[in-house]
Design a protein. Structure first.
Ligand code: AMP
Length: 270
């Protein structure tokens, strides 16, 4: 695995694959890598001639009151995990390297970015869309891998690629969960043992919503009922949105967590 910091180094390294028209796979992350990220990297590695993983804690997607400063940044550990999962090129730009001056350009996907998580975190999805566009322009991948864990983000990025005719295939990857069912997330590391237990209410709520929907009931109400019973969770939303049962809330005082599951059972990927 080669680790590079600058856009120039990355472009030089990727030139041979581009010239030979081979598949360039790209896995953008913010670090704090876990088995969810690893599954994306493994999939990219199995489908592409070269796999690029990026680690960049994107300041554009955090509001001033959020956790930008305390977001986990353990570059040595992340590099080991990225390599073990099959990364060929690890791109770790610095904020100054990517943004030598404050950018004036924003990419934002209307409507989808204002719903659900977007309503509670104004500007968040524009920050995501802008950095992903920039990283796509830097890496110019043929395939880019995103987790269904962040379903709203995935739908927004699919829309963006379609609307702007960005020549990349977005590959959705299944949610990787801990043994007790909670979706793996870098932010789970913030949770105290009690909060970690309370976070499971989000999983139960999503399942209750799916079951209510299957029985012809009100999914949002069924899910909300579960969250209301958990003192450490403050609901943000419960909703069926684009074929998924979506729930989110604050666990403890600071941790914002989201969960989503397919409303219909999906056939496993061949
Ligand atoms: P992040 O570093 O949190 O920005 O996530 C980078 C990518 O990994 C995004 O496409 C996420 O959706 C994906 N991801 C994060 N957690 C999981 C998970 N538990 N299962 C599958 N994909 C995930």
């Amino acid at each position: 695995m080669k680790t590079v910091e600058t856009v120039e180094e990355l472009r030089t390294l990727l030139r041979p694959w581009r010239q030979e028209d081979r598949h360039i796979g790209f896995v953008p992350t913010m670090g704090g890598l876990h088995a969810g990220h690893e599954s994306l990297i493994r999939r990219a590695n199995s489908e592409c001639a070269v796999t690029v993983t990026s680690i960049f804690v994107n300041p554009l997607q955090f509001s001033p009151s959020e956790d930008y400063d305390r977001y986990p940044r353990d570059h040595a550990r992340d590099a080991l995990l990225a390599e073990a999962a099959g990364t060929d090129i690890l791109f770790m730009p610095t904020p100054e390297g990517l943004f030598p001056a404050s950018p004036l350009t924003t990419v934002s996907v209307a409507k989808l970015s204002e719903e659900l998580e977007g309503a509670s975190r104004p500007g968040h999805f524009a920050g995501v869309a802008t950095i992903v566009t920039k990283l796509f322009n830097i890496v110019q991948p043929t395939k880019a891998y995103f987790g269904e864990k962040d379903w709203q983000q995935l739908e927004i990025l699919r829309q963006m690629v379609e609307d702007l005719s960005i020549p990349v295939e977005i590959v959705p990857c299944a949610v990787v969960r801990a043994e007790d069912g909670l979706a793996l997330s870098t932010r789970n590391s913030y949770l105290s043992p009690d909060e970690r237990r309370a976070a499971l209410a989000l999983v139960r709520a999503a399942r209750a919503g799916r079951e209510a929907a299957a029985a012809g009931g009100d999914a949002a109400v069924a899910a909300a009922r579960i969250l209301e019973d958990e003192d450490l969770v403050t609901i943000d939303y419960t909703a069926i949105w684009r074929d998924r049962m979506m729930v989110a809330g604050w666990v403890g005082r600071t941790s914002y967590l989201t969960e989503n599951i397919a409303i219909r059972e999906e056939a496993p990927r061949p």
